[in-house]
Design a protein around this ligand. Structure first.
Ligand SMILES: [Zn+2]
Length: 111
């Protein structure tokens, strides 16, 4: 068992940080035995990169949806509307994947 720093974000996302202490079972310098234990948990004040990306994409998506609504009222923008709706679809898929990865990470056990 080797000890590592542990970073934890407010949203529940976490990752391993610096290697801290080698366990007596591991004799190779600089190597770790593969079983990671928490040496110290550092709480990050904000949300993780994934959450930041998700909210950026969500903002872009809702802006596009507003545009589509407006263009629908204005008429004569069918090609633009279709193109934007496709982009919204792509964003939705990306957001879905990011959220799924985030959920998996949150629930993953630490080693
Ligand atoms: Zn997060």
């Amino acid at each position: 068992m080797c000890y590592f720093d542990h970073q934890l974000w407010r949203c529940g996302y976490w990752r391993w940080g610096n290697f801290r202490e080698q366990c007596p079972k591991e004799y190779r310098t600089g190597e770790t035995c593969g079983l990671k234990l928490i040496y110290n948990t550092y709480l990050e004040p904000g949300v993780c990169k994934t959450c930041e990306t998700v909210s950026k994409k969500q903002r872009r998506m809702s802006k596009m949806m507003e545009d589509v609504d407006r263009w629908t009222c204005e008429g004569n923008r069918r090609a633009t509307i279709e193109k934007t709706q496709q982009e919204i679809g792509v964003l939705q898929v990306q957001i879905g994947e990011l959220c799924r990865d985030h959920e998996v990470r949150k629930n993953a056990c630490s080693y």
